[in-house]
Each structure stands twice: as structure tokens, then as C-alpha cells.
Design a protein around this ligand. Sequence first.
Ligand SMILES: C[S@@+](CC[C@H](N)C(=O)[O-])C[C@H]1O[C@@H](n2cnc3c(N)ncnc32)[C@H](O)[C@@H]1O
Length: 274
Amino acid sequence: MTDPIASHWGAADIHERILDAMRASGLSAGTATIEQLAPVDHIHARGFAATKELADSLPIRSGDRIVDIGCGIGGPARYLADRFGCHVEGIDISEPFVDAGNRLSEMTRMRDRVTIRYGDGQKLPYADESFDGGYAQHVTMNVPDRDRFFAEAFRVLRPGAFFALTEHGLGAAGTPHHPLPWSEDGAGAYLLPPEQTVALLGAVGFQMIEVVETGIDYLQGYRKMISLMDNGALPPLGVHIILGPAASEKIRNAARNIEEFRTRPVRIMCRKPQ
Ligand SMILES: C[S@@+](CC[C@H](N)C(=O)[O-])C[C@H]1O[C@@H](n2cnc3c(N)ncnc32)[C@H](O)[C@@H]1O
């Protein structure tokens, strides 16, 4: 049986949709660059800008092996691999995303530095202590067993490695409006208050846990997108083609939930002890 979270994210024709939008934008698959794909392949609030900010805070060295858990179609993985000269192993529960992600890496000539495979972050197919760092951008909203998800991340990291996380936590007012990018009606959504997430990270052994509130920045990003939608000015290539027909409603609800303190977006950074 197909995992409902996998089916929520990974429409079978996702690669075709991206190719169509590239054509409509005058981009050629033969010469596509990481920068040209950035409007569509960073599938989280504020897209590429948020990945860049995350990357600015990551202590990655050339040659490091990094794991991207819930990597989507691989935009962040390709960006980090290119920027730092590291190797990124991506894993995602949606098979169409895995397929599209590897094809986009091929297209941008990054296949030797970014490997994307199918799998569940709650049961990682990697040996203990195999990575110098790891991250999960906007994935945990869909993860029912965070204990396990965090314990698995901890297991595959070497001592001293970093683990970074971005997500929409549950806000003080609770009960978010749906549909949202990660759930049509609340099914498959497992938001937790950030304090609880921090406690779970600590319980599996992570230390030096730092939380940055990202709600204001997200809100600005969503408002920019809402203004483009209202003016019929969305470019053909954008994450809306991944969010599907309800994209507009999902973005508006994501903004409204932050405004009403129903969600509380955060970026979290921590370390596995030496
Ligand atoms: C909002 S998208 C983010 C994708 C990517 N991290 C990015 O920032 O571009 C969420 C992704 O998490 C994946 N996902 C959800 N639950 C997962 C799990 N348990 N294990 C692996 N991937 C998962 C989904 O398939 C989807 O690709």
C-alpha cells in the first residue's frame, strides 16, 4: 500500500510538470543550472532564500558527507553540494520525488555529488556514524514518530556532527487551518510545539540545541507570493506547480496560521556530542 504522506507529496507527473514549466520559462533542459531550477526545487517556506540562510549557519567542509532527510526533489542538496564541495545523500519517502530529484541532478551535472534514494527517515538505510552532518527541511510536520526520526538521525551522524531542522511547529492557539502544503485536511500532520521538539532532540542525545524563530520571515515570503497570485503574476516555474490545484489556498492558510499563532515556524540547530 502506498504511504499516504508519499502520495500527498509526490504526484507521478512531477518531472513532466517541471519540464513544461521550464519550457514555458524559456529554459533548456540541456543547459539548465542549479540557479535556474531554484524557484521550483526548494519546497519549503521562502524557498531558496531559506535554504541559503540555513546553509550560512552550517559548518560544512569540502569533502564532507551530509545527509538530507526528506530531501524532496533535491534543490537544497544540490545547492549545498555545489556551494561547499561536499557529497549529499538525500532520502525521501515519495518515489516520484526521488526519480525527479535524480533526473534534475543529472540535468544540472550534479549526479556525482548528490545521490537521492527512496526511504523513510524513521528507518534510515545507512550505517552508524556515516555522516559529518545532517538536516531535515520542512519534513517533520509529516512525521508521526519523531522519537524514532531523531534517534535515526543521531545514529547515522558521527560524534560532533551537526543536525539542523526547519519546520512549522504548533503555535499556542493550535488547530491550524487546512489545506496546507503538507496536508489537505489535517491527515498526516503531526505538528508539535517547538519546546516539545527540543525536548525530543535532547532525549535522543543531541546537545547545544539552538532555536531561531522564523515566523516573521516566512510571513513576509508568503505575503510576497500571495501578492503575485492576486496580480496573476506568478512565474511558470515555482513551487505552486508542486503544491497542485489548491496551491493558492495552501499558501494563504500557511500565512494565516502564523498570523493567528496556530503555527510557530522555527529553525533548530544542534550537535551530536563528541
Ligand atoms: C515540504 S517537502 C520538503 C522537501 C525538501 N526538504 C526541501 O526543502 O526542498 C517535505 C518532504 O518530506 C518528505 N517526507 C515526509 N515524510 C518523510 C519521511 N518519513 N521520510 C522521508 N521523507 C519524508 C516528503 O516526501 C517531501 O518530499
